[in-house]
Design a protein around this ligand. Structure first.
Ligand code: GLU
Length: 455
């Protein structure tokens, strides 16, 4: 029996690969195309499929199919060489039925409106799944932050948040870090907003963003939270797949904030991170990489490549990385990296989606045929926004929680969310991704049933 066959039989009783594609009437009604390569349409297709299983009313489906607001701004910034450059930025507010819009702002050269719309919709789903009282939003600036000096980065950050100042607020829309942004950028966002915002609520205005530095109202444990959430979910769900967090082997795609924390926390609990691959290259150690040393290396060198020179790893190619035999494959980089071809190469039992939407629909089909269990992004990657919620609560109550409280509360939210997804899967006999949407939408559906539609 090949590895793939043995995985298929191992999971056959658990996975029911049955996702419909673009079957919804709502697509026709709203004039939306059925383009499988468009991330936004893919996301909404999956959301609507789950809505149909739950038989959510028509008005909930059309509301969720489009964001409430799509804000696009252009703003000039003075560069170090004395010329001005025009930047394009977005803030998409998908839904606020459960609470203020919430979600990160990314700085990346490939940022586009449709991607930000998709990521905003995923935030609505994440917040509802983990039952935190927020809706979903997302933002982005089309820029490669690696090409900016620190002063240019500061000016871009301040100018962008000032351009959307009237559209965000501590009780309305609360940004956070995402790809290419960090606590320093959040500090600039908060400071700019606190300087220019007016009105009676400005005392709480540091709560306009989360993921801030600890000294400026940030929460202990926020930086590691997304990676920690992935490990909390794995610890909860691996036993059902006859695996364990303390003995599993893993491959990390991406070694930035989320990937490096997931790797370090997995290793701390006994798991072995056999390989890591990022935009600079890949490394491997059959006995498990030293995740702390690798973290240090990445901080000093900008990526994992070259770590083999330290003597505790071998360099590997991208093909070797994808085809490696591991229990858990953790994509913790950008969207849509697990394509059909990459999925065919993969040799794992579980994919834990630490990044947003890392698997293409074609890649997902291949993985499901192979019997690979996919733990979906709206579950695995929701630890970050969960601790963002704790930060916001601490800001609002003028309290500072200790790390034990943050860790414990995060674990409780992640474990409950994981159980909700499992329950939905068994109840509706669907795959894990559909089950996660169902578990999120059940809550949202109840909120709409109670609130009704204004007027
Ligand atoms: N950007 C993160 C995410 O995609 C965190 C969002 C937040 O903390 O609001 O989940």
């Amino acid at each position: 029996m090949t590895t793939t066959q043995s995985q298929a039989s191992h999971n056959a009783s658990i996975v029911a690969p049955s996702r419909s594609h673009f079957g919804s009437q709502v697509f026709d009604e709203l004039g939306m195309e059925r383009d499988p390569n468009n991330l936004y349409l893919q996301t909404i297709d999956a959301v609507l499929h789950a809505c149909e299983i739950l038989e959510l009313p028509h008005h909930v489906q059309i509301i969720l199919a489009q964001p409430k607001n799509e804000i696009m701004v252009h703003f000039p910034v003075l560069m170090d060489d004395g010329h001005h450059r025009l930047f394009k930025g977005y803030r998409v507010q998908h839904n606020n039925a459960c609470g203020p819009y919430k979600g990160g702002i990314r700085f990346h050269p490939e940022v586009s409106l449709d991607d930000v719309k998709s990521l905003a919709a995923l935030m609505t789903m994440k917040c509802s799944l983990v039952r935190i009282p927020f809706g979903g939003g997302k933002g982005g600036v089309k820029v490669d932050p690696r090409t900016l000096s620190k002063e240019e980065l500061r000016r871009v950050s301040r100018r962008f948040i000032s351009a959307i100042e009237t559209q965000v607020g501590p009780d309305y829309d609360i940004p956070a870090p995402d790809v290419g942004t960090n606590a320093q950028v959040m500090a600039w966002f908060a400071d700019t907003y606190m300087n220019i915002s007016s009105g009676p609520n400005r005392g709480d205005s540091q709560a306009v963003v989360t993921g801030k530095p600890i000294e400026m109202g940030g929460s202990l444990g926020r930086e590691k939270a997304t990676g920690q959430g992935v490990i909390d979910v794995l610890a909860e769900l691996l036993p059902e797949l006859n695996l364990s967090i303390s003995t599993c082997t893993a491959a990390l795609l991406g070694y930035g904030n989320v990937g490096s924390w997931a790797a370090k926390l997995l290793a701390e609990r006994g798991g072995k991170v056999l390989s890591a691959f990022d935009h600079t290259g890949g490394v491997y150690n059959e006995h498990g990489l030293d995740t702390l040393a690798l973290d240090e290396w990445v901080k000093n060198h900008g990526g994992v490549a070259g770590f083999e020179k330290e003597g505790a790893a071998d360099a590997i190619s991208i093909d070797e990385f994808y085809s490696m035999d591991v229990d858990v494959f953790i994509p913790a980089a950008l969207e849509q990296m697990i394509t059909e071809d990459r999925a065919r190469q993969m040799n794992c039992k579980v994919v834990a989606e630490a990044a947003n939407a890392p698997t293409t629909p074609a890649g997902e089909r291949v993985l499901m045929e192979k019997g690979v269990e996919i733990l979906p992004a709206i579950l695995c990657s929701s630890g970050g926004v969960t601790v963002s919620y704790f930060e916001w609560v601490q800001n609002k109550t003028h309290m500072a929680w200790d790390i034990e409280r943050v860790d414990e509360e995060l674990n409780r939210h992640m474990v409950l969310a994981a159980r909700r997804v499992q329950l939905a899967r068994h109840r509706f006999n669907v795959d894990m991704r559909t089950a996660a949407y169902i578990a999120a939408l059940e809550n949202l559906g109840k909120v709409y049933a109670m609130r009704g539609i204004f007027p």
